[in-house]
Design a protein around this ligand. Structure first.
Ligand SMILES: Cc1cc2nc3c(=O)[nH]c(=O)nc-3n(C[C@H](O)[C@H](O)[C@H](O)COP(=O)(O)OP(=O)(O)OC[C@H]3O[C@@H](n4cnc5c(N)ncnc54)[C@H](O)[C@@H]3O)c2cc1C
Ligand code: SF4
Length: 330
């Protein structure tokens, strides 16, 4: 690990100001991703700003009937929250499908959103990786890419975003609240937060230097049946090959509201309104679900080892929709 300066922040504005003032700074929250990356010298911050003692651990009800989740709420506490389990079970299930109990006790909401990819080449400094070292190439193309993305890729990078929580948050229309060094705040949908790799895969989000995530906000619950299904190589403690978060409400036998987001497939937690529009207002059927998969996967591109994800995504989507529809009509 390289030497670095360490600062403990007293408040959100101070944290943001300290990080913005340093030339290469990182916030540390639970440290479950950042420390690993620092030990491998993939992340080499000159300043580490410890935000772990900031008062951002509350889960509060909003005036709109939703929830505001502080950026330092741990994944364990969020999954166990009575309101989350009752009103946003897809989120609770996604969190519990991620990592291990010990990791979830440390991992935070903000850190989970900003964890880096699990592409093996990114973690191996002897290989070419445009995300780790811009312009060096991408050894994952035509290499070991079993876990990598088939949607939203570029010829510079095909890394998947690894978070389970962010997939559920996308299906639920979560909004990220941030604070900049001058104390100003802004709100970003997850669509606006994450960037596709394009020619600059090293730039993963729209956050500015020093911009701190302070909270995530969930809108009022949609109800309906909520499903999170994660297909992976081992039953636990493994990242998703394909995951689907679904919220479905029914009206007179037809699918009314449909919210779908996908993990393991895209370079960011994936959502495509066109897929939902195919389903909304329709009577559920295997043919309809296949049509939705066609729309989802129209632009999907495998890179050899990960070709299997395309048919796997079709089957997983169909299974999740069958389960969600059954839950609503039971
Ligand atoms: C063995 C293992 C298995 C795992 N399996 C899964 C899995 O199956 N599914 C899954 O989703 N995750 C999994 N994880 C990842 C784990 O969920 C993340 O490491 C964790 O959520 C990161 O949160 P943290 O608070 O520890 O972040 P940190 O490591 O502290 O930070 C991560 C990044 O976020 C930045 N950051 C943190 N908080 C903020 C903030 N408030 N504002 C701005 N920037 C911030 C940091 O600067 C850093 O760049 C696994 C991790 C390990 C080690
Ligand atoms: S897929 Fe992205 S993260 Fe993986 S080696 Fe290529 S550039 Fe690096």
């Amino acid at each position: 690990m390289r030497a670095f300066d360490y600062t403990r922040a007293e408040d959100a504005k101070g944290a943001s100001a300290a990080a913005a003032a340093a030339s290469a700074a990182r916030f540390i929250a639970g440290g479950t991703n950042l420390l690993d990356l620092m030990k491998l010298q993939i992340e080499t911050p000159r300043t580490v700003v410890d935000i772990s003692r900031l008062p951002l651990r509350a889960i509060e009800e909003t005036d709109e009937g939703g929830l505001r989740i502080g950026a330092l709420v741990t994944n364990s506490d969020l999954a166990a929250d009575e309101r989350v389990r009752r009103d946003y079970p897809v989120l609770s299930r996604a969190l519990l499908a991620g990592a291990s109990g010990q990791l979830r006790n440390k991992a935070t909401t903000g850190g989970n959103l900003l964890q880096r990819t699990r592409c093996g080449y990114f973690y191996d400094t002897s290989t070419a990786c445009n995300k780790r070292e811009p312009g060096s190439g991408c050894d994952a193309m035509g290499g070991f890419n079993r876990i990598l993305a088939v949607l939203g890729t570029s010829d510079k990078c095909i890394a998947t975003h690894p978070s389970d929580m962010a997939v559920a948050m996308r299906a639920l229309d979560a909004v990220v609240e941030t604070m900049k060094a001058d104390g100003s705040t802004r709100e970003l949908t997850l669509d606006a937060l994450y960037r596709l790799p394009g020619d600059t895969p090293q730039i993963e989000t729209a956050l500015e230097p020093g911009e701190l995530i302070t909270a995530l906000r969930l809108p009022a619950p949609l109800g309906g049946t909520q499903v999170y299904r994660k297909v992976r190589d081992r039953a636990s403690y493994a990242f998703a090959l394909v995951s689907v978060a679904a919220v479905v409400t029914m009206d007179a036998g037809r699918m009314n509201t449909v919210r779908l987001a996908f993990g393991g497939l895209g370079t960011m937690p994936w959502r495509d309104r066109a897929v939902e529009e195919v389903l909304e207002g329709q009577m559920p059927s295997a043919e309809l679900f296949a049509r939705a998969a066609d729309v989802l996967l129209a632009e999907a591109k495998g890179h050899g080892e990960n070709d299997f994800k395309i048919p796997l995504a079709r089957r997983t989507l169909a299974a999740v929709l069958h389960e969600a529809v059954r839950g609503e009509t039971r």
